[in-house]
Design a protein around this ligand. Structure first.
Ligand SMILES: [Zn+2]
Length: 239
């Protein structure tokens, strides 16, 4: 893509514009024509300068013509509020009839330039010269082209960058009733054992009920010795 070789800034003395007109140079397919050549021709007409504001070369280069702050000379009756763009070409090789000779690079650059103008100056109407004059210029159907290229639709906003993946949060352990039962079982048995050994005078059942605030019905069986080894004495604080 050769197009972005030009920066479009809003001049301080910018006039109001509401439209873009697209033209061709009406020169044979394959022939390069420069801004200077067109300027000379237009000066011969008695004009102040080249009539177009931008010229798109066959290689896709976009060149400035008349300053955009100045009214152009390209579409009779429509120059005041418009910008004129001319692509080089528009006639067949034999120079006998009108032809859409836009090279792929010119097509890309034309889209780029119109988008850039809309981005800079706001939405505008886009016309081919032949829509307001009995001419072939610019030798392609501009309204269909505008539709196909979605030029008047808002440019899609880029997808937001995906968020950084959240660092894995440490999982909060899910405490099931089964876990509670196991703990209670362990407490119960340990406390019972301590009580039995004379290390804790608190009556076992009341103490557990105070901790859990719910009734506990557990048979105190003599097989408690087969469970896990008794915890260290600090077990209650650790739980
Ligand atoms: Zn024209």
């Amino acid at each position: 893509m050769n197009a972005p070789n030009l920066t479009i800034n809003i001049p301080k003395n910018m006039r109001h514009i509401d439209s873009i007109f697209i033209h061709c140079s009406a020169t044979p397919d394959g022939r390069d024509v420069t801004v200077e050549q067109i300027r000379k021709m237009h000066l011969k007409n008695g004009w102040n300068d080249i009539g177009y504001h931008f010229v798109i070369y066959r290689d896709g280069s976009v060149l400035p013509g008349r300053p955009i702050s100045q009214i152009g000379a390209h579409a009779k009756g429509y120059n005041t509020g418009s910008i004129g763009i001319c692509y080089i070409g528009g006639m067949n090789k034999e120079n006998t009839k009108a032809a859409d000779t836009r090279t792929p690079a010119q097509q890309e650059s034309l889209i780029w330039l119109v988008r850039e103008l809309i981005r800079t100056f706001g939405t505008m109407k886009i016309y081919g010269h032949n829509q307001v004059s009995a001419k072939s210029c610019p030798c392609f159907d501009v309204p269909s082209w505008v539709d196909q290229t979605h030029l008047l639709e808002p440019e899609s906003t880029p997808e937001p960058e995906p968020d950084e993946p959240e660092p894995d949060e440490p999982e909060t352990p899910v405490i099931t009733q089964e876990d509670v039962n196991k703990w209670v079982d362990k407490w119960y048995r340990n406390i019972f054992k301590w009580g039995k050994n004379g290390t804790n005078d608190t009556p076992v059942d009341e103490r557990i009920l105070r901790e859990l605030d719910r009734p506990i019905e557990r048979p105190l069986e003599d097989d408690y010795e087969e469970l896990d080894a008794p915890e260290e004495p600090g077990w209650l604080e650790e739980l």
